[in-house]
Design a protein around this ligand. Structure first.
Ligand code: DAH
Length: 341
């Protein structure tokens, strides 16, 4: 009996080792350990054995079955490992192959221009402030010395949402918000970039949506000379070291006196060309000393505080700097245009 069992185990071992797949292994398992296996026949035959031999034979049969079971487990592990190795081999990455290049975009020219101007002012100790694009009539006009019936409101055709709210027509309301937020009247030096809206028909030089940057300084001693120095520095940083500026008297309700600022033409160096319409000068922005009424409305005593402000259109600056002749190009997202900058 013992030899018979040993041979059975040897036979099973040989067959198990030949198995290459789990299915083959399952067949062998059924053959040796299943209901119709030889072990089962032996077990059934046990009832014919004398009683004293039964325990020993039972033990030998169980031992042989355990050995086959262990062999099956071992072979299963081998099959599984082989399968994983084959999969890994098939999936190896050839690191010598050239990679796929990912096209990273770049910043839009308007964003670049805003950041360039922000950097100039941050370097001078200014803080960047933002305000909402949906603004109240109070901040957009009234507190900037533009009461309801003021004729200068017509300079800015507005998109009203309700009678008291509108899409802001300029970044100047951020002046009001910042003055009000600065309750203890500490010296204020801010720059406020943002999108503004006007009810204009879009054409080569107009867009119903555009961008501005507002600059405001309020303290006890800011003068027109400080404004001039700031403007000259801005002009040089934006358009080149050799630039000069020229101030012309102008009118804005929120500044008094108000000026229009021209920069000497950077194309012809002031001689006269098509860019400067033969004047040698290019208008770049509006500015002035903060109107006393604006200071008062925000709770500042104009006998103690004074300041200057300026506002510029980003599109105009970018168009001048990069020689762009149609504002709509900045808003139509044509990659052939955008990727040039
Ligand atoms: N808010 C004016 C506009 O949109 C621009 C402006 C002019 C802003 C003079 C200022 C300023 O702060 O002092 O036309």
């Amino acid at each position: 009996m013992e030899t018979k069992l040993t041979n059975l185990v040897l036979l099973a071992e040989a067959e198990i080792k030949k198995c290459k797949t789990i299915n083959e292994l399952l067949d062998i398992k059924a053959k040796y350990l299943g209901k119709k296996s030889e072990f089962n026949v032996l077990m059934q035959d046990m009832k014919n054995l004398p009683n004293d031999q039964k325990p020993l034979v039972g033990k030998l049969i169980n031992e042989a079955k355990s050995k086959i079971s262990a062999l099956l487990d071992l072979q299963k592990e081998i099959i599984d490992a082989t399968k994983i190795n084959e999969m890994l081999k098939a999936q190896t990455i050839d690191i010598s192959l050239p990679g796929k290049s990912i096209n990273l975009g770049h910043k839009h020219i308007l964003t670049k221009t805003v950041e360039e101007i922000e950097d100039i002012f941050i370097g001078l100790g200014y803080e960047v402030k933002e305000g909402p694009e949906v603004e109240s009539d109070l901040y957009n006009f009234e507190m900037l010395n533009l009461p309801k019936d003021h004729p200068a409101r017509e300079m800015q055709d507005s998109f009203y949402i309700t009678e008291e709210t509108l899409l802001r027509t300029h970044t100047s309301p951020v002046q009001v918000r910042s003055l009000l937020a600065n309750a203890d009247h500490k010296p204020l030096k801010i720059i406020c970039p943002g999108v503004v809206y006007r009810k204009d028909d879009d054409d080569q030089t107009h867009s119903h949506q555009f961008m501005q940057i507002e600059v405001l300084v309020v303290d006890e001693k800011a003068t027109l000379a400080d404004l001039k120095g700031t403007l000259l520095l801005l002009a040089k940083k934006l358009f080149g070291e050799n630039r000069e500026i020229r101030l012309r008297p102008s009118y804005f309700p929120f500044t008094e006196p108000s000026v229009e600022v021209d920069v000497s033409c950077f194309k012809c160096n002031g001689v006269g060309c098509s860019m400067c319409k033969n004047t040698g000068w290019i208008e770049i922005l509006g500015a002035g000393m903060v109107n006393n009424n604006v200071l008062k409305a925000a709770g500042y005593d104009p006998e103690v505080y004074q300041g200057f402000a300026l506002g510029m259109g980003i599109e105009r600056i970018a168009m001048l700097k990069y020689g762009i002749d149609d504002i709509r190009l900045l808003y139509t997202n044509d990659l052939r245009f955008n990727s040039q900058f």
